[in-house]
Design a protein around this ligand. Structure first.
Ligand SMILES: [Zn+2]
Length: 190
């Protein structure tokens, strides 16, 4: 007897580690064999998980897996109404090769630090290389919000969270106050 399996995303929803868990402070391990079934399944599960929670990025240590993998899943949502739309992309063993001198401060949050937002300085433009889930080397550039996600998620692989990048604790806002700022921004044309 064969059971029909109909799944929207071929992945299992994973628990997200919260700030304070040691896995978020470890240096994650390089992936040696991307084609390994466990790694491919982890990528599927991470994509399903980040979509389920409507996130724009998720790093493997955030799901208790200490490997150098993250998902970028930028799309407009209530928290980031101006985010560019792109399909969820797996980034493996990433390196930031070069970056602009210019940094920009903008809003970030983290699925491992719910309910809090911060204004975090990041390089405006970066040149990166990484392996995709087929093991192909990708060399590309990101700017603005995508560069921000890439830097935030790369930090997770080195045990760094966005709080560590704050210039001042005065740049920490609770979600409720952040939502008020975003709502005001929406009615003010840029
Ligand atoms: Zn995060």
């Amino acid at each position: 007897m064969k059971e029909p399996t109909v799944k929207k995303h071929d992945g299992t929803l994973l628990q997200i580690a919260q700030l304070g868990h040691p896995v978020l402070r470890e240096k994650a391990h390089q992936i040696r064999d991307i084609k390994e079934q466990n790694i491919q399944q982890l990528i599927n599960d991470m994509i399903a998980t980040v979509m389920d929670v409507d996130g724009v990025g998720l790093a493997a240590p955030q799901v208790y897996a200490p490997y150098r993998i993250f998902i970028i899943a930028s799309h407009p949502n209530a928290r980031y109404p101006y985010a560019p739309d792109m399909p969820p992309t797996a980034v493996i063993n990433p390196n930031i090769l070069t970056h602009s001198d210019v940094t920009e401060k903008d809003w970030e949050g983290c699925l491992s630090i719910p309910g809090v937002r911060g204004l975090i300085p990041r390089y405006k433009e970066i040149e990166v290389e990484y392996l995709n889930r087929d093991g192909k080397r990708v060399k590309t550039q990101y700017a603005d919000f995508l560069a921000r996600i890439f830097q935030h998620e790369s930090d997770h692989l080195d045990g760094i969270v966005f709080f560590d990048r704050l210039e001042t604790t005065k740049d920490i806002f609770m979600e409720k106050e952040y939502q008020k700022i975003i709502a005001r921004k929406k009615i003010t044309p840029a």
